[in-house]
Write a protein that binds this ligand. Structure first.
Ligand code: AMP
Ligand code: ZN
Length: 470
């Protein structure tokens, strides 16, 4: 499979460290608020990636953290503590907030058919692992103590800006814009591994450590959790593009300094969802959540399809008009599939070229929108219904759009979706007109025609209904 790698900034063949096995890590949510549909875009595209790797036969182990401590409103370690901010807003404890929004996040994931990762690890479960790593970094000379906090010394690395698109000046801008500059840092790009001196006197969660009572920095969480569950060689690390710097850059710095070798060669970043006001973000308050879409009558899978219709490396602009178009397309697609008959055996040889084009799309840097066109190609193809259904089930192992799940009664296929049924409907309509016009000869002729087609007509108060003879 060819996949774009942010580390190196090019498309390349994805090769795991151990053949046949993929160790995959995804940055999980900071649980101080609902995930917005921008966050969910990232999780949907990561889900597609995971499922496609499984489809290719890889044995995937996927780990996700839950950030319930340490994430400040600026990713460069300044600003307010996000969890504390959430707790104050709702007059609850940090752990109550974490528990509530973690459940809400996985409930959204379930509605979007996002598979639950093999391991979900809240940061607050791993304090000993963070301490162990910080101690080792101090011992190796990659970290220093200043003003009570422990910092990572980025000047010890020859290549800190691994993703290439950041420089000291960009960071200076970031520092100027943030609430206050941290004068403890030796270099502007240094970051906190362990806080003891927090300006938040009411910081609820604190742990004892060799460096003093305090709490971990956000970046150390993902490195330590990944190494705990996936070992020293990670194959694939994922997140939204805003995570590339400083979060992922810092993860690489500290993990590779700690391990003494390359840690993760492949980095997968999903571009942002925006709307008319710009990037969707929790902290700016400019966001939409999945339950709002549900309240407005959208099936969550319509939003999943909306995301699949565009490439993960392009920014995606959300409007209700485009979502409406996807809704119409999704409902029509489901009805067309529901009209297929489950009869006979699939012809696997005839199916193979369609699988190949699906795979070719996905192999080319996860081109999900092209993969979706394979669904339409199958529906249009000269294949038996059984073969079509077999192919759609196969693709849906990755797309997860419930393509072949039976429709609820109210949405059952409309007769016009089935050409044979549409012809019968037209004949019945003609016969009703003939009867209205007292043209009994035509009405009887049509009745005979329908009998030949084994159609039984039933008079009901709502008009004539029909079914095939048993
Ligand atoms: P957070 O809960 O803020 O830690 O973010 C969870 C995930 O969503 C991270 O991978 C972020 O990079 C990603 N993310 C944040 N904002 C957006 C957005 N507007 N569009 C897509 N992904 C986003
Ligand atoms: Zn992370």
């Amino acid at each position: 499979m060819i996949l774009y790698n942010s580390r190196g900034a090019k498309k390349e063949e994805f090769k795991p460290y151990e053949p046949g096995k993929v160790r995959m890590y995804t940055c999980g949510p900071t649980v101080y608020h609902f995930a917005h549909i921008g966050n969910l875009r990232t999780y949907i595209m990561e889900d597609i990636l995971e499922k496609y790797l499984r489809y290719l036969g890889y044995d995937v182990k996927r780990v996700m953290n839950i950030t319930d401590v340490g994430h400040l409103t600026s990713d460069a370690d300044t600003g307010e503590d996000k969890m504390l901010k959430g707790a104050k807003r709702e007059h609850k404890t940090v752990m109550e907030i974490a528990d509530f929004y973690t459940k809400a996040f996985f409930s959204d994931c379930a509605k979007l058919n996002i598979k639950t990762p093999d391991v979900i690890e809240p940061a607050t479960n791993c304090i000993p692992e963070f301490i162990k790593m910080v101690e080792a970094l101090l011992e190796k000379g990659f970290a220093y103590e200043a003003g009570g906090n422990i910092y990572f010394d980025t000047s010890k690395l020859s290549d800190y800006y691994v993703f290439g698109n950041q420089n000291e000046e960009d960071l200076e801008v970031g520092v100027r814009e943030s609430v206050e500059e941290d004068t403890n840092k030796r270099n502007k790009s240094d970051f906190v591994l362990w806080f003891t001196k927090s300006k938040f006197e009411d910081q609820e969660l604190k742990w004892d450590s060799p460096f003093g009572v305090g709490y971990p920095g956000w970046h150390i969480e993902c490195s330590a959790i990944s190494i705990k569950h996936l070992g020293e060689h990670l194959d694939l690390h994922c997140g939204g593009i805003d995570n590339a710097f400083p979060h992922h850059t810092n993860e690489i710095a500290q993990s590779e300094a700690y391990l003494g070798h390359e840690w993760c060669p492949h980095w997968f970043h999903v571009l942002h969802l925006r709307d008319a006001r710009g990037k969707m973000s929790k902290s700016s308050g400019n966001f939409l959540i999945l339950s709002l879409l549900e309240e407005k009558g959208y099936d969550p899978l319509v939003y999943r399809m909306f995301c699949l219709q565009s490439h993960y490396r392009k920014p995606l602009v959300f409007t209700f008009e485009t979502l409406d178009n996807t809704k119409v397309a999704y409902e029509k697609l489901r009805r067309r599939i529901a009209a297929l008959k489950r009869e006979g055996e699939p012809d696997l040889a005839a199916a193979e070229p369609y699988r190949e084009s699906f795979r070719a799309a996905m192999d080319n840097d996860l081109n999900s929108s092209l993969a979706l066109t394979s669904v339409y190609d199958v529906l249009k193809a000269d294949l038996s219904d059984a073969t079509k259904l077999w192919l759609l089930e196969d693709f849906d192992r990755v797309l997860s759009l419930n393509l072949t799940t039976p429709l609820p009664e109210a949405e059952a296929p409309k007769p016009q979706d089935d050409p044979a049924a549409a012809e019968i409907e037209a004949l019945i309509e003609k016969r009703t007109q003939a009867r209205k016009n007292k043209d009994w000869a035509t009405a009887d002729a049509i009745r005979d025609q329908l009998r030949e087609k084994h159609v039984v007509l039933v008079d009901t108060p709502q008009g004539i209904s029909w079914h095939f003879e048993n």
